[in-house]
Design a protein around this ligand. Structure first.
Ligand SMILES: *[C@@H]1O[C@H](CO)[C@@H](O)[C@H](O)[C@H]1NC(C)=O
Ligand SMILES: *[C@@H]1O[C@H](CO)[C@@H](O)[C@H](O)[C@H]1NC(C)=O
Ligand SMILES: *[C@@H]1O[C@H](CO)[C@@H](O)[C@H](O)[C@H]1NC(C)=O
Ligand SMILES: CC(=O)N[C@H]1CO[C@H](CO)[C@@H](O)[C@@H]1O
Length: 412
């Protein structure tokens, strides 16, 4: 009997171990959309800086662009207002108030507008008494703020982690998550928690706990509108893969921060690297720009449905990086469709971050392919099938400096 019980407990522990991630039914695929911070930052000085003004007009214009120019069909959905949206003080009832000048009709109006187009609405707070930019934060107001975000029909909440101690971070994100859940309104919960643990408090984040309480979380520094910063993010994910991949999947995602398309920061080949690595990581794809500033090539990449299918694959596997010859990184990601429920399709992204052109070769069969009928190969940026290969074939690729190529192999 005792042995029997022990086995039961083991089985239970195993089962609960497997399902122990946040299960609110949300973010089954990495969120796609737009977030204000990367480009607009604390865009409050609208008179002197109208092109960097965070206001109602901007948010509605993003919604309109998503709706009219094909972004929504490609999967872009969440429109998220980051820091600096509120008045400097709460009202007499202790509630946050939207900035009266920049958001004169309030947040519910914006939510309704966005929802009418079939899109989703996101907002921001900080876990401390003030936000990172000094606006009122949620500490001491978790319940009232959670209810208010729910009343405003928010679908996604980004919660920053400035100005508090490590032990507070480790309990407060869990408490705020419980208050969000108690509202009954489904809200994707985006936590900056592990970033602050690792880079501000210099401790090891408990990603198990994070993935039990958050849908999305930041694990590295903020992006900025510059290529070296994007390269640093890519390098971080390449070196930290072993620590991150097991927590990454449907409903719970590592977030390398926004795409910097539309900010005139990247060459075409750097844009390919940026989107290729984010797609292979199964990262959230959040733009941050004036939607009118996306150039023709960036728009083509964002609406490349073969590429988006890799990024949004339902299995949600984070690609594994391998270092090939000449420091070229080969990212390998299995995904759907599967042949006979058995043989995955697999995408290979080659990325070289150096400044020289080179030729590399690899044998796809050495990276988990095993369908002996072979594979048919699509060049994802060109969107054409280029050839069929067998398991032992070598694949030779000429790769320009700071460039990327993606090949998807579908089992024949
Ligand atoms: C609240 O948590 C429960 C248990 O994890 C989950 O089933 C439910 O979907 C959550 N509800 C919301 C609104 O997040
Ligand atoms: C290789 O085959 C096994 C089953 O024999 C399957 O589980 C695995 O996913 C396959 N690998 C790929 C990349 O399809
Ligand atoms: C690959 O094989 C399939 C199935 O045999 C065939 O229909 C297709 O034309 C081949 N593609 C190329 C590029 O050779
Ligand atoms: C494709 C390419 O640029 N090849 C280069 C990759 O990176 C290494 C060094 O980082 C160079 O030596 C290669 O020429």
């Amino acid at each position: 009997m005792a042995v029997y019980l022990f086995v039961l407990i083991l089985v239970f522990a195993y089962l609960s171990g497997v399902v122990e991630v946040l299960d609110n039914g949300l973010a089954r695929r990495p969120p796609m959309g737009w977030m204000s911070w990367g480009y607009y930052m604390c865009g409050v000085d609208c008179d002197n800086n109208p092109h960097k003004c965070l206001d109602e007009k901007l948010i509605l214009s993003v919604a309109d662009k998503f709706y009219t120019e094909g972004y929504q069909e490609a999967g872009f959905e969440y429109i998220i207002i980051d820091d600096c949206w509120s008045e400097k003080a709460r009202d007499d009832n202790g509630r946050l108030v939207a900035d009266k000048k920049r958001f004169p009709r309030g947040m519910k109006y914006i939510a309704d507008y966005i929802h009418k187009l079939g899109l989703k609405f996101g907002m921001y707070t900080n876990i401390a008494t003030k936000t990172c930019m000094g606006y009122p934060g949620s500490r001491g107001h978790f319940e009232v703020d959670a209810k208010m975000f729910a009343e405003w029909d928010v679908d996604y909440l980004k919660v920053d982690g400035c100005f508090v101690k490590e032990d507070y971070l480790n309990t407060a994100y869990i408490k705020l998550g419980a208050h969000l859940n108690a509202t009954g309104r489904p809200m994707v919960y985006s936590c900056s928690w592990p970033y602050y643990i690792q880079f501000i408090h210099h401790k090891k984040p408990d990603y198990g706990a994070v993935s039990r309480h958050c849908n999305v979380w930041r694990s590295y520094h903020d992006v900025a509108t510059s290529w070296p910063v994007v390269k640093a993010i890519i390098a971080h994910y390449a070196t930290q893969y072993e620590h991150l991949y097991r927590f990454h999947g449907p409903g719970h995602w590592n977030d390398p921060d926004m795409l910097i398309f539309g900010t005139n920061s990247l060459t075409d080949s750097q844009s390919r690297v940026h989107i290729a690595v984010y797609a292979m990581l199964a990262a959230p794809l959040l733009l941050s720009c004036d939607m009118n500033s996306l150039n023709t090539y960036e728009k083509k990449l964002l609406l490349n449905l073969d590429l988006i299918a890799i990024a949004q694959d339902p299995l949600g596997v984070m690609a594994k990086p391998y270092v090939l010859q000449y420091s070229v990184t080969l990212w390998v990601k299995p995904h759907l469709p599967r042949k006979g429920d058995k043989y995955h399709s697999v995408s290979f992204a080659l990325v070289n971050l150096s400044k020289d052109e080179t030729t590399v070769s690899f044998i796809p069969g050495h990276y988990g392919l095993n369908s002996t009928d072979g594979y048919t190969v699509m060049d994802i940026f060109a969107q054409v099938f280029i050839k069929n290969i067998s398991l032992s074939d070598s694949f030779q690729v000429s790769l320009s400096a700071e460039d990327s190529l993606i090949y998807t192999m579908f089992p024949l």
